[in-house]
Write a protein that binds this ligand. Structure first.
Ligand SMILES: C=CC1=C(C)c2cc3[nH]c(cc4nc(cc5[nH]c(cc1n2)c(C)c5CCC(=O)O)C(CCC(=O)O)=C4C)c(C)c3C=C
Ligand SMILES: [Fe+2]
Ligand SMILES: [Fe+2]
Length: 363
């Protein structure tokens, strides 16, 4: 395979460290054609649908891509903002705030965000970081819990890009932060604030995105990491086990997914006489279709129709300053040992000149 020509590295050219903040991706518009393009890319990823291509592609092209986009587009239309899809709006804002936080803490890095599916693509943003002089790149995904379906798929996309590049930057990946203290503290503080304003619910549901049950048997750590996050968050919130549930949402397709499923749990709680339920989605660091539509709209309707009286959705971390600080601290830990600025700054130059003079060296 031919490698594209690249400008040769120039001595004295400033080298920078890049941080690539990755999220899942979202359609470019709440329309059937845009959703079809997005779903085609997403659901063609062998990390996401782990069944043999020969069996899957006829289903994807024969049933899903002709039918699902219009239905999904109508759902996207209910959450779309003037600036676009919430997932992209939040992800872009998080990247800007992360850049600011790192700068304030003395780390001269260049932060860009990318989407695994859709735009801006991972390859385009790696190209941009490289063009900006990044010789070291930290890849940080918006997924606290590791899953082959998400985290590993980002690694694949980065490696595909590296496979086409001559001079590959040094690469590092953050695989998980499901038990990170800053992440948990930010979640706990957000939930506590909600309860300080609205009072405590009768029952608290932590709903995570599901994956096929089979991935758990195949060794995917996602299920365990979701449970660890939930357990630790419950400890932060001082909740006894009978006061909360851990559930999995967004089931896709006919196979068994991780259980218990969110919506049937909400219905069962209402039928059991639970009057008020609060739901948070700790695995989603930005609000998106799956939280704003599936939980805050469909989940609410299901709970209230089954006899529940009050349903509160607690928004995701989004641009919460405690979350940005946690993300910054995670990045800093993984940047350790990497000089964040190689070209000497003014103070460095002055110090080296002074040292040279003191040693009597000619200048
Ligand atoms: C939080 C982590 C996520 C995991 C794990 C995950 C696995 C996974 N998802 C699908 C299928 C779909 N997911 C869809 C939307 C969606 N998924 C996540 C996150 C995870 N997915 C997010 C943040 C979103 C929302 C995107 C947005 O635009 O707001 C969709 C598309 C929506 C729809 O048409 O209903 C599908 C499809 C599978 C199959 C899977 C693991 C096997
Ligand atoms: Fe998903
Ligand atoms: Fe969904």
């Amino acid at each position: 395979m031919p490698f594209a020509p690249e400008p040769a590295f120039q001595h004295g050219q400033p080298q920078t460290t890049g941080v690539l903040y990755c999220n899942l991706g979202t359609p470019d518009a709440p329309t059937a054609p845009a959703v079809r393009r997005y779903l085609k890319e997403f659901l063609s990823d062998p990390r996401v649908v782990e069944i043999p291509r020969a069996a899957w592609l006829p289903i994807l092209y024969g049933a899903i891509l002709p039918l699902r986009p219009a239905k999904s587009a109508a759902k996207y239309a209910t959450i779309w903002t003037k600036d676009g899809s919430p997932l992209k709006v939040w992800t872009a804002k998080q990247a800007t705030l992360l850049q600011g936080w790192l700068g304030e803490h003395g780390h001269r890095v260049k932060v860009r965000y990318a989407m695994r599916y859709g735009s801006p693509s991972i390859a385009s943003q790696l190209d941009a970081l490289k063009a900006e002089g990044a010789t070291r790149i930290l890849v940080l995904s918006a997924y606290p819990q590791y899953s082959g379906t998400t985290t590993a798929s980002v690694v694949d996309a980065v490696n595909d890009w590296a496979g086409r590049v001559r001079s590959i930057p040094e690469l590092r990946f953050v695989n998980r932060y499901h038990d990170d203290r800053g992440y948990l503290a930010a979640l706990a503080a957000r939930i506590q604030r909600h309860w300080a304003e609205h009072g405590q619910p009768d029952h608290f549901v932590m709903s995570f995105h599901g994956v096929p049950q089979r991935t758990l048997q195949l060794g995917d750590p996602y299920h365990c990491e979701c449970h660890k996050t939930a357990r630790m968050l419950a400890t932060w919130l001082q909740l006894e086990p009978e006061r909360y549930s851990v559930t999995f949402q967004s089931r896709f397709g006919k196979a068994k997914w991780l259980e218990p499923y969110t919506e049937p749990t909400l219905v069962a709680l209402a039928r059991k006489g639970v009057r008020r339920v609060d739901v948070a989605c700790p695995g989603f660091t930005a609000d998106c279709l799956e939280t704003l539509e599936e939980i805050a709209q469909e989940g609410r309707d299901a709970f209230l129709q089954a006899g529940g009286k009050s349903f509160e959705f607690i928004p995701c971390l989004n641009d919460d300053p405690a979350w940005i600080a946690a993300l910054g601290a995670i990045a800093v830990r993984h940047l350790q040992g990497w000089p964040t600025e190689q070209a000497p700054d003014k103070a460095g130059l002055a110090a080296s000149k002074a040292a040279a003079l003191a040693m009597g060296a000619e200048r």
